[in-house]
Design a protein around this ligand. Sequence first.
Ligand SMILES: Cc1cc2nc3c(=O)[nH]c(=O)nc-3n(C[C@H](O)[C@H](O)[C@H](O)COP(=O)(O)OP(=O)(O)OC[C@H]3O[C@@H](n4cnc5c(N)ncnc54)[C@H](O)[C@@H]3O)c2cc1C
Length: 392
Amino acid sequence: MDFDFSTPEEAFRKRVRAWLEANVPDDLRGRSFTATRADPEAVQRLRGWQKKMYEAGFVGMDWPPEFGGRGASVLEQIILYEEMARAEAPQFVNRGGVSMLGPTLMAHGTPAQQKRFLPAILTAEEIWCQGFSEPNAGSDLANLQTQAVLEGVHVVVHGQKVWTSMAHVADWCFALVRTDRAAPRHKGITFLLVDMKSPGITVRPLRQLTGEAEFNEVFFDGVRVPAENVVGRVNQGWSVAITTLAYERDLLTFIRHISLRNALQRLVVLAKRTGRGTDPVLRQRIAALAIGEQCLRLNGYRSLTRILRGGAPGPEGSTAKLYWSHLDEELAATACEVIGLYSQLAEGTEWAPDGGQWEFYELLARASGIRAGTSEILRNILGERVLGLPKD
Ligand SMILES: Cc1cc2nc3c(=O)[nH]c(=O)nc-3n(C[C@H](O)[C@H](O)[C@H](O)COP(=O)(O)OP(=O)(O)OC[C@H]3O[C@@H](n4cnc5c(N)ncnc54)[C@H](O)[C@@H]3O)c2cc1C
């Protein structure tokens, strides 16, 4: 791939940089690597930020024009992400919608679904959560038991989801439900779009190690969903879900990598300021992180290029997610050593470096090897589907 930017691309970079400098709100700047999505008020501000970026033409730039994008080039998309990182701008709050459901609907949705749902994904007027995991279906997702029965023009849902990030603030949920109990496990699943305001839905927040309650239990008690909200065909939702998961592991990892880069930049500043950068072992670890970040970035460019040229993310996306989570955990551990005991001080304490964001970062990093597929599962996928090893 050619990394030189053309004159129009450099002009685009200048325009994005100037726009971000003028528009990133002070209270959101620099919060990008730990921006909370648990607090409804913070989410409200982040909705406003995404809408503003959309109006300036920067959300879903790479989407085809018929879906509300402008078919931007790979390089323009990369420039946008780079500049958002440089400006320490917050990420899009509706990233499940923009990076997972949007591409899924473009690939599998009906024209009516695309028309109804895609515009409000881009503007963050409708925030989406992902209702896949259940108490007995995480890694073994095909074991999901939430049941749905077709009744006339509705699908009626009973069951429970868990670890549903942002369900407490989401307007809609894309969920997997079992519509045929007699069929083989992967063949009786349906992909459904559920309005979170529907009667029969109860959301119960779960408090995490960080102290925040960003994910939730979601209970469905006879929830009636219009049958027109089935994506793909009834009982054929597994292949739709594979598309969603591939985008989660590939495209979203590229976006997550931007937060990682911001955190690394801050860590370097801290190492210099505290004098810990002279420690020969810490220097090695920080340099190794910087090299890892470059590898992640270049690998991300490769995947983005394939996706934006019309391809789909493949099982190789698991490499990016796996490597990102390794780096994220290592970055958190290294930061704790650089900062020492002060790393345990939370936001609101005057002695906490970077406003206490490291304490949050370190605790959140414990989840990096679990969410969006655990490291063990990703290694299994790579073993089977990329290396052709015998099945797990
Ligand atoms: C912060 C966070 C946010 C999340 N947000 C969402 C969300 O918005 N929506 C959603 O649907 N889900 C969400 N999840 C759930 C996440 O996808 C699951 O936690 C994950 O898939 C693991 O499932 P589990 O927790 O049931 O663990 P289990 O599947 O029970 O796994 C337990 C352990 O066993 C290992 N293991 C399991 N099977 C195998 C195997 N075959 N070979 C080797 N090792 C194995 C796992 O790697 C893990 O270490 C979130 C999770 C976290 C931590």
